[in-house]
Design a protein around this ligand. Structure first.
Ligand code: GAR
Length: 227
């Protein structure tokens, strides 16, 4: 139960439920010639992975997903990759003795797939400098909070527990500390009086699906300008 649920309630926040603020606002999509070559990492459902593919097929994001890597065999993201005909590799973290071991395997897979940019789209493992330094400024993460608030696990639950009235999501470049690194894009949404974890997570996720492809375009543009 959110801590603010006992406060007297003035104002009807159901009127605000569609409110969102995206910054930087989504404008003209850049054209990439050749198309950006993407790698994606996912651990679970994979709605962000599919969201990226949807912005590609709708001709907004000028990119191709070369490879999806999942760490949980049979997860939703892997099933989506089969349906979408996108190459998918399983690298089960349980088969590696160290985090670095898994990250070396990730680097090898993405180098072989010749990707330019890697997107952690619901990757629920801590990554190490092995991966971060192999793709400097080319590793993006999406997190369901307005960073630097509510880093780590259960960011949506943390936001409800803290009684914040605005939350959201952040697409950022990955640095060695968990959920830190230069912010590329953020979206803010209201937290409603009667929100559950599920309802707030859904409101945030629909914005993740909008800002993540946009952040990929921005990061891709920055990357292409350096080569
Ligand atoms: C997303 O909400 C993403 O922000 C979160 O996992 C979810 C994955 O959903 N990531 C983290 O919490 C990383 N710290 P999806 O599998 O449907 O894309």
């Amino acid at each position: 139960m959110p801590a603010h649920s006992n406060l007297s309630h003035c104002g009807d926040d159901s009127l605000d439920s569609d409110f969102e603020l995206i910054s930087p606002s989504i404008g003209q999509w850049p054209h990439f010639e050749p198309a950006l070559r993407l790698g994606v990492m996912a651990s679970g459902n994979g709605s962000n992975f599919e969201g990226i593919q949807k912005s590609i097929s709708s001709n907004a994001l000028d990119a191709d997903i070369q490879l999806l890597v999942v760490n949980n065999q049979g997860c939703g993201a892997e099933q989506r990759a089969h349906r979408l005909n996108i190459p998918c590799q399983v690298l089960d973290h349980r088969q590696f003795e160290t985090r670095e071991g898994l990250d070396h395997a990730l680097v090898k897979a993405f180098l072989e797939a010749d990707v330019e940019l890697i997107v952690m789209a619901g990757w629920m493992r801590i990554v190490t400098p092995v991966l971060i330094e192999a793709f400097p400024n080319r590793l993006l993460n999406i997190h369901p909070s307005l960073l630097p608030s509510f880093k780590g696990l259960d960011a949506v639950g943390q936001a409800l527990q803290a009684s914040v009235r605005i939350s959201g999501c952040t697409a950022h470049l990955v640095q060695a500390d968990v959920d830190t690194g230069p912010v590329i894009a953020q979206a803010a949404v209201p937290v409603l009086q009667d929100d559950s974890r599920a309802s707030l997570a859904a409101r945030i996720q629909s914005q993740e699906h909008r800002i993540l492809p946009w952040a990929i375009a921005i990061a891709g543009l920055n990357w292409r300008q350096t080569i």
